[in-house]
Write a protein that binds this ligand. Structure first.
Ligand SMILES: [Zn+2]
Ligand SMILES: [Zn+2]
Length: 473
């Protein structure tokens, strides 16, 4: 019994001890539970939305600037065109948009312009209308950037809140210019020759205009035809240009050029041949046939002080050289043994024009000669040099005041000049598409605007010129 009693006595403290221990454990659990519960609230208040364990999350809460599409991607900006054509792509002034995250109003966002380190020294700066903005509804804010006109200049905008050490960079904007084209084809000639443009004509000139940041796009109306004319003199080109303008004008005017595919617009020359005949029949030398007007202006012989018309005046083709002719004639009543002065004045083809163009926006491509030689000629590549050259004139090359103009007096009568740059070969060769003559071996530099004499060369002129005031068609 005593043992039992002892035993019972002995057990009692253990039971009490267990009860105390249970109470302590219960209190401890409650404290821990309360602590965990508080920790959960802290997490909700102080942690960003990234999942636990995110390596780029710093705390406490950060509000950060994020650009909205499409300002997140690199884009072209056609600075010369009116915003009314396409507000998302055109004009020097660009509105970029973004928002703060988490989205909340009243956050101050600071902006900075980030010019591309490779920008040309001439490119100029892009400017912000305001260096800061305050986020509004949904955390949104915008900033206006004004780009310079310089083709190829590239800029980003940085935006950051006070919580960000580094700004978030927008996509890069590159200054481009765009012009529109229309193609007018002559109706077929009586001999069946057709004057449609080769399908690759425009694609062939892209490689010359990409480096100077010009894009060519078809106008809203971009094709039409005009009745056949065998040849266009300067006056006829002007008349045709004006008559075509109403059909070319559209909602892309006045940024449109009209590329008119014509038979011929060659250059006529006049020459008087003279001689002292000791026989009845006289003849001029062979010369290039001018097929658009009568060849002979006059053909006369002298009797005393009087000049009288020769007879039997004929124009004959040179055997084997069909593009050449001569004039033959007879001195009527020629007396054997006498010497008779004669003079024959003719028109001849002084030059075969590949194209004509100027600042007015109408460009003539003279393709009849090639098209008669082959229905598949000229190709786009064949026309590349002439079309690039005439478009270059339409864009103002080469100004009469430019240091790199060709100073040959030949150009003195022109409103624009040609490029005078030559390479170092012997003999020196032209190295620019704005050289005054086309090259039959037209490859390489002859197909491009010269660019190695910055800023005084054709490419840099095209880059720095403000083309927002183009007034073509
Ligand atoms: Zn020219
Ligand atoms: Zn040049």
């Amino acid at each position: 019994m005593a043992m039992l009693a002892f035993g019972m006595v002995a057990i009692l403290p253990l039971v009490i001890g267990l009860i105390i221990a249970a109470v302590v454990v219960a209190v401890g659990v409650a404290v821990i539970a309360a602590s965990l519960s508080n920790a959960g609230r802290d997490a909700d208040d102080n942690f960003c939305e990234e999942p636990v364990g995110s390596t780029d999350t710093t705390c406490p809460l950060q509000v950060r600037w994020v650009w909205d599409a499409p300002h997140t991607t690199d884009r072209k900006r056609y600075v010369n065109l009116p915003a009314s054509f396409d507000a998302a792509m055109n004009g020097r002034e660009v509105e970029l948009a973004g928002h703060v995250e988490p989205r909340r109003s009243g956050e101050t966002v600071t902006f900075n312009v980030i010019a591309n380190a490779a920008n040309d020294a001439e490119a100029g700066a892009a400017t912000l209308a305001s260096a800061t903005a305050t986020s509004g509804a949904e955390g949104r804010a915008t900033v206006r950037l004004t780009l310079p006109v310089y083709g190829g200049a590239k800029f980003k905008v940085g935006g950051k809140t006070s919580h960000q050490e580094q700004p978030a960079e927008s996509g890069e904007l590159t200054v481009w210019r765009k012009v529109f084209y229309h193609i007018t084809a002559m109706e077929a000639a009586p001999d069946g020759t057709v004057f449609t443009a080769p399908a690759d004509m425009i694609p062939e000139i892209v490689a010359a205009f990409d480096p100077v940041f010009f894009e060519l796009a078809p106008g809203t109306t971009s094709q039409s035809t005009t009745p056949y004319q065998a040849h266009l003199t300067a006056a006829q080109r002007s008349t045709l240009e004006n008559s075509l303008k109403p059909t070319v004008r559209d909602n892309r005017s006045p940024f449109k050029m009209n590329i008119v595919m014509v038979d011929a617009a060659d250059i006529v020359g006049e020459q008087e041949y003279t001689g002292a005949a000791t026989a009845a029949n006289v003849a001029t030398p062979w010369f290039a046939h001018w097929r658009h007007e009568s060849t002979v202006i006059h053909a006369k012989y002298q009797t005393g002080a009087t000049w009288t018309d020769l007879t039997n005046v004929l124009v004959g083709s040179q055997p084997g050289v069909p593009s050449n002719v001569q004039v033959t004639a007879t001195i009527p009543g020629y007396a054997t043994g006498t010497t008779v002065n004669w003079k024959i004045k003719v028109r001849f083809r002084r030059g075969r024009a590949g194209g004509w163009g100027g600042t007015t926006g109408t460009l003539f491509m003279c393709i009849g000669f090639d098209r008669r030689a082959s229905a598949s000629r000229p190709t786009g590549a064949d026309l590349q040099q002439a079309l690039t050259h005439e478009t270059g004139h339409a864009l103002g090359l080469v100004p009469t005041t430019a240091s790199w103009r060709d100073t040959d007096p030949r150009d003195n009568g022109y409103s624009l000049r040609h490029c005078g740059y030559l390479d170092t070969a012997t003999p020196a060769q032209p190295r620019c598409v704005m050289w005054y003559m086309l090259s039959s071996a037209g490859t390489g530099p002859r197909n491009r605007f010269c660019s190695s004499d910055r800023p005084n060369d054709c490419a840099h002129f095209l880059c720095r010129t403000d083309y927002s005031t183009i007034n073509w068609i």
